[in-house]
Write a protein that binds this ligand. Structure first.
Ligand code: AHG
Ligand code: MN
Ligand code: MN
Ligand code: MN
Length: 332
């Protein structure tokens, strides 16, 4: 039956990491993250039955009211990483400051424990995003984390969708694993994710249109003109409101995703966070043949200045990102 066929001849995550030649400590750390994501998947799936939905009374350093699951998933990852002797420190969307763990391991982990929190209470897509950096020698400070995305040794996300999927890169392409609910094991279901160079699909929160800068205004206006505009092509739009979901679609069937600069709140012109949203996603996207930019700078080349720094993000199909960047080269 279909049931007994699941997983036949498919590589497990462990087998795949071995075949990639990943060292023992990085392998252990990836397993810690993967195993914790299985527990998160379990909690998310139980939803209202486990009483995990809804909001807390606390605000995080981002100025957002935390959902119960933001806090629960943050604690799960923090506890697991604290017990893993390959870790030196961690940083999270839900932690005001960097956290030093007990061990003096080789790695730093930056994570967004639950991406797309506004989707929790409507039973829609959420995920976890992580970035692994080498731990520098000496005392651990915020500065230890402020390394360009280029320095990442691994990055990935877990999507808690109709199936739970783990997308991973260690710099050797992007591998996609699906969690087998029978055995609770991640199995390799796509060996090398690849983003088509061209696309006819874009993702942006259109409700912010009046707040964008001129280059993005003009670029999107031209997409909306379709076949009668300068692009001479009809574009489709999608917006999941969880970066994991939108980036997963881009990795699966191409597209351009952007959360651009806006002046809705002049104190906060960008939404997405560099260290645990933009950088790990940029690493995955580049490894799948796509591009990731702020409009003016390649995401992974940015020298970070603070752990919760925010950036504009334009990523996806290489030719479409290039076209969008051409609009940023023009003087308006
Ligand atoms: P988080 O839930 O981790 O705070 O991240 C939310 C981010 C990102 O996932 C998504 O792309 C974007 O916010 C959605 O923004 P809108 O609410 O403007 O749609
Ligand atoms: Mn948040
Ligand atoms: Mn997020
Ligand atoms: Mn989050």
């Amino acid at each position: 039956s279909a049931r007994t066929c699941i997983g036949n001849n498919m590589q497990t995550l462990a087998q795949n990491l071995t075949s990639q030649g990943i060292n023992a400590s990085l392998t252990q750390l990836i397993h810690t993250l993967a195993n914790t994501s299985k527990e998160i998947s379990h909690a998310v799936r139980h939803g209202a039955l486990a009483g995990v939905l809804g909001t807390t009374e606390q605000e995080n350093v981002q100025g957002e009211t935390q959902k119960k699951l933001d806090v629960i998933t943050n604690d799960m990852l923090k506890d697991a990483l604290d017990k893993d002797n390959t870790v030196r420190g961690l940083a999270s969307e839900e932690e005001d400051f960097i956290v030093e763990v007990g061990a003096k391991g080789d790695y730093l982990v930056c994570f967004d424990p639950l991406d797309g929190s506004s989707n929790i209470d409507i039973n829609s897509l959420v995920g976890t995003i992580f970035s692994i950096l080498p731990a520098p020698e000496g005392e651990l400070t915020e500065q230890s984390f402020l390394q360009a995305g280029r320095k990442q040794v691994a990055a990935g996300y877990v999507l808690y969708g109709p199936s739970t999927m783990l997308a991973l890169t260690t710099g050797q392409g992007v591998q996609l694993f699906t969690l087998n609910p029978e055995t609770n094991e991640y199995l390799l279901t796509t060996e090398a994710m690849s983003i088509s160079k061209d696309t006819a699909e874009f993702a942006i929160n259109m409700s912010n249109q009046r707040f964008w800068e001129a280059p993005m205004q003009t670029y999107i206006a031209d997409l909306l003109l379709g076949t009668i505009g300068p692009r001479e092509k009809a574009f489709n739009m999608r917006w999941i409101a969880a970066m994991v979901g939108d980036v997963h679609r881009v990795l699966s069937r191409g597209g351009i995703f952007t959360y651009p600069t806006d002046n809705k709140n002049p104190e906060k012109p960008y939404k997405l966070r560099l260290m645990y949203e933009a950088n790990p996603m940029a690493f995955l996207v580049e490894q799948a043949g796509g591009k990731a930019s702020t409009g003016y700078e390649t995401i992974m080349d940015i020298e970070p200045s603070e752990i919760h720094q925010r950036v504009a993000v334009i990523l996806g199909s290489a030719n479409e990102v290039d076209t969008c960047l051409e609009y940023h080269d023009i003087d308006y």
